[in-house]
Design a protein around this ligand. Structure first.
Ligand code: GPK
Length: 825
């Protein structure tokens, strides 16, 4: 191709000057050139898009430079494969990263625009369900901030996590059409689409006397990349998040269209494009749906091809791949990448099987996010063979060779072989994706100490024995940029005044606050920040939901996906007990510590019990909030559609953080970290990362209750009879009886009967067994809260001692224990 002759065409990509005038100029230009409007004719959405585009303009030059540098360095990098990225709003994070917040605010004011009004217009990309997706978002933030060569790969769902509404207290899901008003943070590249194949059959053929297999696919779709910039904090770095969108292939469409069947052509297109249409709103329960497997294969196949085609120098020696890349599998969702990688190496790159397998085992690592047996993904051989026949063959061969090695080591221990096989034989023949990931991965990690230990000892002990050193732990973390600096500017300012600004990228510096906990003046300032955050939250909840949060109440918060193992039910029983004690006259309302119980939780649309619990929470709220005998001491607030944006308001205002899962069930939790870092005290079980939080903050600054994991095991073995707990505890009996009586359902005893009988006769998550201990801990909370100054001191110590929970530290652990990637220059 010919070289451009104009000097400007060869000049580096320009960045607008970081001044108010520079910003104004770029903003107005974007209004004109991007939106085709003037300042006076611009709609609020025009203004928001022009603002976002302007901020983006400041990032592009650095981004392009980083891409060039990453390619040039040919250093080892991380490909983070995740079906979910729960990003939250982008504007503020990018303003912060580029130090443009004040400039943009002034620039817009000079144009007569209040930037806050535009902030409120951003629709957050809800491309994830909960903890797992938000963790991925925190990790890409840390990777960029720590200059780790990396790229995040995922799916650009047209509809993210559903918008939750309540109708008569029951969850109703609305589609999340987040793209309709435009998406200024992405760059689409339809011209760079890749073809991703499905279906068909495999056939054998002869190659120089060797019989080989190849895939003859039946249909395909196009994977179109959409690039997002992930800005590092104050380091001038910008990484890439590449999300794939499914588009029907032209050929595929046209063939049918030309045959005259327009409707069929459209149907074919719809079928193909369904692949990236919606995020599966499941959390901790995989849906064995064909479309979901299509989504998984679609995005990993596109990502692997993308890496090989664009990140390697031409003629790259593929045997050196382990020096260039590690694919981190975020749970089992991307594990089909393993046979895909083998297929590419063997079938397309003509590598020998053994050499390819050697490489594959060094290029993948697997993170497990749950121990719930029902959450471990399996695909039926029937489905996998139909959708990806060549991959099924590859999986069988991996399994055969793996089991042969197991036999060699342990003898013909058929029980062990059956337990370790990647292929399960019953209830139907299926592929255990976690086993496949464990066999293929260089490392397997859990997400908190306890979880990693249980993973090794309880879930995959045979694998741990077979692969010494393969299992490790990386405790989760959260980004201090979004969840402290941005979400809690008051506290961030206070910390910076005390310690300087370095804590934002070196969170262990928060230790320096320990001595400030002893300073009455600092405590007073901290208390004022907390009070101000509560006012902000009140305003948000009033505007959003019409709620009135009572002044002076303790904010007792439980926000997370609705799941039985997380035990929102235990929280409900505490509320009902507090209420019942008042209305039965056993406690005087005026003696009760005022509390606002705040819930945020979405239930998977098909999870009936979870939806019933949501209904119950709303029903209890309706009664408690309106019963004059309570004198307003207790308030139950359940704002619908909890998301990252709301989290950023709720968490900084909280006094008490509810982390009350049954011990052994919550892999880590990350909300628990966000609350502690924002100066809420935790009431929690000995579970997930709660264990590590408590170790760090100390027993005096944490309200521990409930059975330990071994105690849970012991109770199961003894035989758990929840009804016995009901019989033996008067408060519990009264609370359950009140629910059963129809007191929260206008006298209708049938509405919540399934919840009551589940608790009394099943109670898989031992709510009743932990109830008494929980109520006692809540009584300790009340007593502690009565001494506000002591509470504040404990809150400050929580912050001071939780620097460990920065996602920067998690990433450092991944680098040290798993990735071994050097930082970029
Ligand atoms: C775990 F298995 C899953 C899942 O499907 N979705 C999800 O969000 C969560 N998780 C765990 O439940 C949390 O304990 C953990 O902190 C989070 O993943 C991130 O590791």
């Amino acid at each position: 191709s010919s070289k451009p002759s104009h000097a400007l065409a060869l000049a580096p990509v320009p960045t607008p000057p970081s001044t108010v005038d520079g910003f104004v100029k770029q903003f107005l230009e974007n209004l004109n050139l991007e939106r085709g409007v003037t300042l006076s004719t611009a709609s609020p959405n025009d203004r928001y898009i022009a603002l976002a585009t302007t901020v983006r303009d400041f990032l592009v030059a650095r981004w392009l430079e980083d891409i060039r540098r990453q390619k040039e360095a040919q250093a080892k990098g991380v490909c983070y494969l995740s079906a979910e990225y729960l990003l939250g709003r982008q504007l503020d994070n990018n303003l912060l990263a580029t130090r443009l917040t004040d400039i943009a605010t002034e620039a817009l004011a000079a144009c007569g625009i209040d930037i806050d009004e535009l902030r409120a217009l951003e629709v957050e990309p809800g491309l994830g369900n909960g903890g797992l997706g938000r963790l991925a978002a925190c990790f890409i933030d840390s990777l960029a901030t720590m200059s780790v060569p990396s790229i995040g790969y995922g799916i650009r769902y047209e509809y993210g996590i559903f918008r939750q509404t309540f109708v008569d207290g029951q969850q109703v899901e609305q589609p999340d059409a987040w793209l309709t008003l435009g998406s200024p943070w992405e760059f689409a590249h339809p011209e760079a689409a890749q073809t991703i194949s499905f279906g068909g059959y495999t056939e054998t053929f002869d190659e120089g006397g060797v019989t080989r297999s190849r895939w003859v696919p039946g249909w395909n779709v196009q994977a179109v990349p959409y690039n997002y910039m992930v800005s590092g904090y104050h380091n001038g770095r910008v990484n890439t998040l590449r999300l794939w969108r499914a588009v029907a292939t032209d050929a595929f469409d046209l063939r049918i269209f030309n045959s005259g069947d327009y409707e069929k052509a459209v149907r074919a297109q719809t079928y193909a494009e369904n692949i990236s249409k919606v995020l599966y709103p499941e959390d901790s329960t995989p849906q064995g749906k064909e479309l979901r497997l299509q989504q998984q294969y679609f995005f990993v196949a596109a990502s692997i091809r993308d890496f090989l085609d664009h990140m390697l120098t031409p003629g790259f020696d593929l045997s050196k791949l382990p020096d260039r890349v590690i694919f981190q599998l975020n749970d089992t969702h991307p594990v089909i990448a393993v046979p895909e990688f083998m297929r590419v190496l063997v079938d397309e790159e003509h590598m020998e099987w053994d050499a390819a397998w050697e490489i594959t085992q060094q290029c993948f690592a697997y993170t497990c996010h749950t121990l719930l047996p029902e959450a471990l993904e399996v695909w039926s051989v029937e489905l996998l063979g139909r959708l990806l026949p060549r991959h099924l063959e590859i999986i069988y061969r991996i399994n055969d060779e793996f089991l042969a090695a197991v036999r060699e080591r342990f003898g013909d221990d058929e029980m062990r072989i059956r337990n370790m096989s990647i292929i399960a034989e019953s209830p139907e023949r299926s592929v255990r994706m976690a086993y496949l990931a464990t066999v293929a991965g260089a490392k397997v990690n859990g997400v908190a100490e306890l979880h990693s230990q249980l993973l090794r000892e309880k879930v995959l002990p045979d694998f741990d024995e077979f692969y010494p050193g393969k299992f490790t732990n990386v405790t989760n973390g959260v980004t201090p940029r979004r969840f402290l600096r941005l979400a809690n500017p008051g506290l961030a300012g206070l910390i910076t005044d005390a310690l300087g600004a370095g804590w934002t990228v070196d969170l262990e510096r928060l230790r320096g606050l320990e001595s400030f906990a002893e300073d009455p003046e600092f405590r007073a300032r901290f208390a004022e920040v907390k009070a101000a955050n509560k006012r902000v939250l009140s305003d948000v909840l009033r505007a959003r939901d019409g709620f009135e949060v009572s002044d002076g109440h303790m904010l007792d918060v439980m926000v997370k996906r609705l799941h039985e193992y997380k035990r929102q039910m235990l929280k409900v029983l505490h509320i009902v007990t507090s209420y019942e004690r008042i209305v039965s006259g056993r406690v005087r309302a005026e003696d009760v510590q005022g509390r606002a119980f705040i819930f945020g939780a979405k239930a998977a649309p098909g999870y009936v019990m979870a939806k019933r619990i949501i209904h119950l929470i709303n029903a209890v709220g309706e009664v408690v909030n309106n019963d004059p005998r309570v004198e307003g001491r207790l308030q139950v607030l359940f704002p619908p559609n909890y998301n990252v944006t709301l989290a950023e308001r709720v968490i900084p205002a909280a006094d008490l953080s509810e982390q009350i899962s049954l011990a052994g069930k919550e892999a880590s939790g990350t909300g628990n970290m966000k609350f502690a870092l924002n100066g809420a005290l935790t009431i929690g079980t000995d579970d997930g990362a709660n264990v590590e939080i408590r170790e760090l903050v100390g027993d005096d600054n944490f309200f521990l209750f409930g059975m330990t994991e071994p105690e849970v095991e012991e109770l199961w073995t003894r035989g758990y009879k929840p009804a016995e707990f009901y019989q033996q505890d008067e408060d519990l009996r009264r609370a359950i009886d009140l629910i059963a009586s129809g007191a929260f359902s206008n006298g209708d005893r049938t509405v919540f009967e399934p919840i009551v009988s589940n608790l009394l006769y099943d109670d898989r998550f031992m709510v009743l067994a932990d109830y008494a201990s929980y109520i006692r801990a809540q009584d300790r909370v009340d007593a502690a809260y009565a001494d506000q100054d002591a509470w504040t001191k404990a809150a400050i110590l929580n912050i001071a001692r939780c620097g460990f929970f920065s996602s920067d530290r998690s990433i450092r652990d991944y680098i040290d224990r798993i990735w071994h990637t050097p930082p970029m220059l």
